[in-house]
Design a protein around this ligand. Sequence first.
Ligand SMILES: [Zn+2]
Length: 102
Amino acid sequence: MTAKKTAEEDLKRKEKNLQVKHKELAQRERDLVEFQNSLKDLHRNLCPVCGHGLQLIAAENLEVLACEDCRGAWVDRASMEILIKYTIDRRKNFFTKVFGLS
Ligand SMILES: [Zn+2]
């Protein structure tokens, strides 16, 4: 066996090992995503403070997850933006009524 042939076989073996490691790494990444999703499912709709179940309360384009045990409430970004706008509008209305400002 020539030195060149041995080097080629060694290179092929290294490439094969790299392919195997790449496949193992890809599988580990899929396993990690699956594990993270199972953790999310495990904690979904549970209060992050006390662990009791959360109730979805929907009203006027708002959705709030509320805990009846510790009275905590969680909103998504869209609902939070609606709440902020509502608060700002109410303040504007208040100052307009009281001070005639707009
Ligand atoms: Zn709670």
